[in-house]
Design a protein around this ligand. Structure first.
Ligand code: HEC
Ligand code: HEC
Ligand code: HEC
Ligand code: HEC
Length: 226
């Protein structure tokens, strides 16, 4: 009897250890599609819909205005004003405030809009600080100066950059991951963790950055001729 109790205790302990060990693995993408990926919120208590796509896309806007930005967008966007990246050596034109797909990502990642603020019903659950883009913690004045330039034209005459006909990992060409010729968050990350786009065991990156997931700084060297 005592023996059984003890083994049950160790099984529970083992399960707890395995569960804890699996957490960091779950946080990274596995390049197998959105189900079970960091953006699958179907099991989160704050997601009243119980669906995966609905947090970001809805098939009909039902009178809400979020869908008007395209992609059947169903999540409230941030209205923050940002300090954009700037430098004396920048060649491409950079937008005065984030645009397009980057704006969609920042709607959750700048920490000013609740995760559960979709379907037009408002929300109260915000992203954890560790999951935000660095330097966006100050919700009042989100500062993008310390993050890679986004909403910036990929200047095809810049000799420091590779031609946009080069491949971007297995996501197609560099041109394919630009939005209207601009670098956005989605140029480096695949939000859906899709097979054939995101590299397993990375932060949903389109090209691995280490010898374990690709080659050292492989993502950076895909665009930059250094
Ligand atoms: C509906 C809100 C929402 C939107 C929109 C959103 N994200 Fe996220 N994202 C999250 C949350 C919440 C997490 C943290 C998940 C976790 O820790 O399990 C996260 C995690 C991540 C991670 C880290 C994954 C990891 O392995 O740790 C990356 C990278 C990311 N998001 C990039 C993006 C990009 C790029 C976009 C836009 C193309 C985007 N996200 C749009 C909510 C969102
Ligand atoms: C966390 C937010 C989020 C979730 C959840 C999400 N998407 Fe997306 N989706 C985006 C963003 C941001 C884009 C634009 C960036 C891109 O294309 O990668 C996008 C683009 C798309 C596109 C058009 C471009 C393309 O990649 O084909 C389709 C289609 C799409 N999503 C379908 C879905 C479906 C179906 C689901 C559910 C199974 C889903 N998405 C879940 C954020 C999300
Ligand atoms: C030029 C490529 C590039 C662009 C553009 C980019 N990222 Fe990243 N991002 C990375 C890399 C590489 C990492 C891996 C972590 C690191 O090296 O700091 C990362 C990490 C992250 C993480 C995980 C942070 C953490 O602490 O775990 C999130 C969330 C994220 N990015 C969101 C975004 C969002 C939102 C945008 C657009 C505003 C964006 N990224 C634009 C390359 C990029
Ligand atoms: C999708 C292509 C792409 C990827 C991937 C990429 N970059 Fe960039 N990067 C650009 C573009 C375009 C610019 C703007 C260049 C310009 O207009 O001068 C830029 C600008 C920069 C700048 C600022 C240059 C300046 O003159 O101020 C730095 C630094 C930089 N990238 C580093 C990196 C690093 C490090 C990585 C990998 C984590 C990376 N980039 C990945 C396209 C990319």
């Amino acid at each position: 009897m005592r023996h059984i109790k003890r083994s049950a205790f160790f099984l529970t302990l083992l399960a707890a250890v395995l569960f804890a060990a699996s957490l960091p693995v779950l946080a990274n993408g596995n390049g197998n599609g959105i189900t079970g990926s960091p953006h699958d919120f179907s099991g989160d208590g704050w997601n009243s819909s119980g669906e995966i796509c609905r947090v970001c896309h809805a098939p009909h806007d039902q009178g809400r205005t979020t869908g008007l930005v395209g992609l059947l967008w169903n999540h409230t966007l941030s209205t923050a004003t940002y300090t954009m990246y700037s430098s004396s050596t920048l060649d491409g034109a950079i937008d005065a405030n984030p645009t397009g797909i980057s704006k969609m990502c920042l709607g959750c990642h700048d920490g000013t809009v609740a995760l559960d603020d979709f379907d037009g019903h408002g929300g109260t659950t915000f992203i954890g600080t560790g999951d935000q883009v660095p330097q966006l913690q100050d919700a009042g004045n989100p500062d993008l100066r310390a993050t890679h330039p986004i909403s910036i034209v990929y200047d095809t005459t810049d000799t420091g950059l590779h031609p946009t006909s080069n491949n971007m990992g297995t996501s197609g060409t560099i041109a394919d991951v630009l939005e209207g010729g601009k670098v956005q968050c989605s140029s480096c990350h695949d939000v859906h963790d899709s097979a054939g786009e995101a590299v397993a065991n990375t932060k949903l990156l389109r090209v691995g950055q280490t010898s374990g997931t690709g080659s050292p700084s492989g993502l950076c060297l895909t665009c930059h001729d250094k």
